[in-house]
Design a protein around this ligand. Structure first.
Ligand code: NAD
Ligand code: IPM
Ligand code: MN
Length: 370
């Protein structure tokens, strides 16, 4: 019987291409494991603009609320770039995060041994890197008011955004980071620009207060975001959990992805609060990459980030740790076997497309579960 409802939102560009490979994995799970999924499909991003005129139709939000978990592809593309700001495809993901209260985005940058040489950094710098970026996702400059572009009396334009954080928003995402650190290597590096930003000053103060009051056993280091970017390239192994605002977390997680070899490798989970009465926690899983318009439609995108996002879904929403680990091992085995999509191609390896990669993951799942 179908006992878990999954809302799948493929979106635009390579989104539907890499999502197809997750369906292979889901089909395999349905056949071989104890859980079966009821799959709902929904529209988001440019695809939803084209079909119904909105990047995040109410129906999609309603489906997301009633599902047990949401698996998101990617949105955006040149076709919709000239639309007015408040009608862009990217609003699809922003509205889902906001409406479902998904405030904590977990972005694990894990360097898999077979890809150590695929990174643009030296092997001995990246080997063994295992970082969890915790990014705040419903506040900060992404949503702060006022924002806009205005024309001044002299005819010149002025653009402005507001970076704003309430102390409760900082404290709740900090708790997510500290809780994770306790299960990992017990260290949180909190990043801001407390030297130039008022919201950054508050960020540093509140994270420190939470640590002293509730997590004295966890090591806390405060670091300016610019220095963190540099340290990620020069000494990434010092990091365990990195905690940052919506904007700094976005930028630093793309940077962390480069350590792992490619943006095409990094999954993420975006979690809300646990509802005290129902026990339900809204959650959405998405690769950190976008719709990759430069390679869309060519069947060459790396499906690993999307497949690994599904593994995170199994772990975080369904408590299926064993199955999650199985999917992660299958991906690593495929890479160890020498298959490579173009983004992680290395000398001597076999270059394959999106679907061959997906098929290979299912073959490894089959072998691992024998
Ligand atoms: P991008 O992440 O789409 O692509 C950046 C680079 O990485 C490109 O060269 C791309 O080819 C490569 N890349 C990304 N994913 C890959 C994969 N799975 N396999 C192989 N190569 C991959 O970022 P961008 O080009 O800055 O943005 C393109 C569009 O996507 C924009 O409209 C942007 O707003 C949107 N975007 C959406 C999301 C999302 O839906 N969550 C995230 C980031 C960007
Ligand atoms: C991401 C993306 C999104 C973000 C965009 C598409 C709104 O870059 O998920 O990392 O900035 O949050
Ligand atoms: Mn991003």
């Amino acid at each position: 019987a179908a006992n878990k409802t999954l809302l799948v939102l493929p979106g635009d560009g390579i989104g539907p291409e890499v999502m197809r490979e997750v369906h292979r994995v889901i089909d395999w799970m349905d056949r071989r494991r104890s859980v079966t999924f009821r799959i709902e499909e929904g529209m988001v991003g440019g695809a939803a603009i084209d079909a119904v005129g909105s990047p995040c139709p109410d129906e999609t939000v309603a489906k997301a609320r009633s599902a047990d978990a949401v698996l998101f592809g990617s949105v955006g593309g040149p076709k919709w770039d000239s639309l007015p700001f408040d009608q862009r495809p990217e609003l699809g993901i922003l509205r889902l995060r906001k409406d479902l209260g998904l405030f904590a985005n977990l972005r694990p940058a894990l360097v898999m041994e077979p890809l150590v040489e695929a990174s643009s950094l030296k092997a001995d710098i990246v080997r063994g890197v295992d970082i969890m970026v915790v990014r705040e996702t419903v506040g900060g400059v992404y949503f702060g008011e006022p924002r806009g572009v205005e024309t001044l009396p002299d005819g010149k334009r002025r653009g402005f955004d507001t970076d704003v954080y309430h102390e409760d928003e900082i404290a709740r995402v900090a708790r997510v980071a500290f809780d994770l650190a306790r299960k990992r290597r017990n260290k949180v590096t909190s990043v801001e620009k407390a030297n130039v930003m008022q919201s950054g000053r508050l960020w540093r103060a509140v994270v420190g207060e939470v640590q002293r009051a509730e997590y004295p056993d966890v090591e806390l280091e405060n670091m300016y975001a610019d220095n963190c970017a540099m340290q990620l390239c020069s000494r990434p192994k010092q990091f365990d959990v990195i905690l940052g605002s919506n904007l700094f977390g976005d930028v630093l997680s793309d940077l962390a992805a480069a350590l792992t070899g490619s943006l095409g490798m990094l999954p993420s989970a975006t979690l809300g609060a646990v509802d005290p009465t129902s026990g339900k926690r809204y959650a959405l899983y998405e690769p950190i990459h976008g719709s990759a318009p430069d390679i869309a439609g060519r069947g060459i995108a790396n499906p690993c980030a999307q497949i690994l996002s599904f593994a995170m879904l199994l772990r975080w929403s369904f408590g299926m740790e064993e199955d999650a680990a199985l999917v992660e091992s299958a991906v690593e085995k495929v890479l160890a076997g020498g298959l490579r999509t173009a983004d992680i191609m290395q000398p001597g390896m076999a270059r394959v497309g999106t679907s061959v990669m997906g098929e290979a993951v299912v073959r490894e799942l089959e072998k691992l579960s024998l």
